[in-house]
Design a protein around this ligand. Structure first.
Ligand SMILES: Cc1cc2nc3c(=O)[nH]c(=O)nc-3n(C[C@H](O)[C@H](O)[C@H](O)COP(=O)(O)OP(=O)(O)OC[C@H]3O[C@@H](n4cnc5c(N)ncnc54)[C@H](O)[C@@H]3O)c2cc1C
Length: 264
């Protein structure tokens, strides 16, 4: 797929589907093709500014046909590293372990995964964890990434095409949705009232929320993982912040507002 003349009044897209070549003319192009798509790359490098942070660890995740450990997610920060107990439905669970960047899924047998998970969560939960064979196992590196601006001419970037958050806090899809909300409203104003303010300010509005979400995902990731170069002081700061969060209602409220998703 190629996006042509995005910076003109007559953009068009060409693509090949089942061997047949197509040309689609459009007023606007919404680039919703994920982190590896072509939309972001269509914006010239002298226009694009990219900010990135690569974290020095990854997440090893498994899916298992077992009942969830708890009705709510469990995030743990243990001396052996971060772990997350999540769920899909009443007989499908998702578990994650912080792992070293060079690790591969083949390095981790299911037995090794469950054993390590039990060592990272409180004993009362470890005792009732139901284990079983994994039906999926993968490792995701953690990164924060934002490209600016999110608009170039008549091309609008949405979602992972423009930004990535580390999975801590699960904000990726939520942020993609808020981009789409701003773009939808901008296009609606344009077609219904011939007003261009919404599309002209799309990048500014979307990025204002994106950066707040990036901050939250970075903060939660920094707070809960063990970092390879972490000093005793850094560790004490993490522990003090977790304790502050545990006991301070204002801090809990701020975290909850970010966790459920900031208004848009
Ligand atoms: C393992 C994992 C777990 C996650 N868990 C969560 C979670 O719990 N909560 C959460 O909020 N987020 C989660 N995320 C992040 C979330 O999946 C993404 O932020 C979200 O899917 C972004 O949506 P998107 O539409 O921007 O991009 P994508 O979901 O990547 O969709 C882009 C689409 O464009 C298509 N595409 C790309 N190029 C082309 C092309 N040339 N032609 C045609 N189609 C093309 C792709 O095939 C894809 O279908 C997770 C991500 C991963 C990897």
């Amino acid at each position: 797929m190629v996006i042509h003349d995005a910076n003109s009044d007559a953009p068009y897209v060409t693509c090949t589907v089942d061997g047949e070549r197509h040309l689609i003319r459009a007023d606007f192009v919404a680039g919703c093709d994920g982190f590896h798509g072509v939309s972001r790359q269509t914006i010239p490098t002298d226009v694009r500014r990219e900010c990135e942070k690569i974290y020095p660890f990854g997440w090893l995740g498994i899916l298992s046909e077992t009942p969830p450990l708890n009705h709510e997610l469990i995030y743990t920060s243990s001396e052996r590293g971060f772990a997350l107990c999540s769920m899909r439905n009443k007989n499908l669970s998702r578990y994650y372990l912080q792992c070293a960047l060079p690790d591969t899924p083949e390095d981790w047998t299911d037995a090794a995964f469950w054993c390590e998970l039990k060592r990272r969560i409180p004993a009362e939960y470890a005792d009732r964890l139901v284990t079983g064979p994994s039906i999926e196992k993968s490792i995701a590196p953690l990164r924060s990434f934002v490209t600016e601006p999110m608009r170039w001419g008549r091309l609008f970037l949405c979602g992972d095409a423009a930004h990535i958050v580390p999975p801590t806090g699960a904000k990726g899809l939520n942020t993609a949705s808020s981009d789409v909300h701003y773009l939808l409203n901008g296009l609606r104003e344009y077609y219904e009232n011939n007003v261009t303010d919404g599309i002209d300010r799309y990048s500014e509005k979307a990025l204002a929320r994106v950066w707040k979400t990036e901050r939250f995902s970075w903060w939660l990731s920094s707070l809960l993982h063990r970092h390879p170069e972490q000093s005793d002081f850094d560790l004490k700061m993490q522990q003090a912040e977790i304790e502050f969060l545990r006991t301070n209602e204002a801090a809990q409220r701020a975290m909850a507002e970010n966790y459920v998703g900031l208004p848009y």
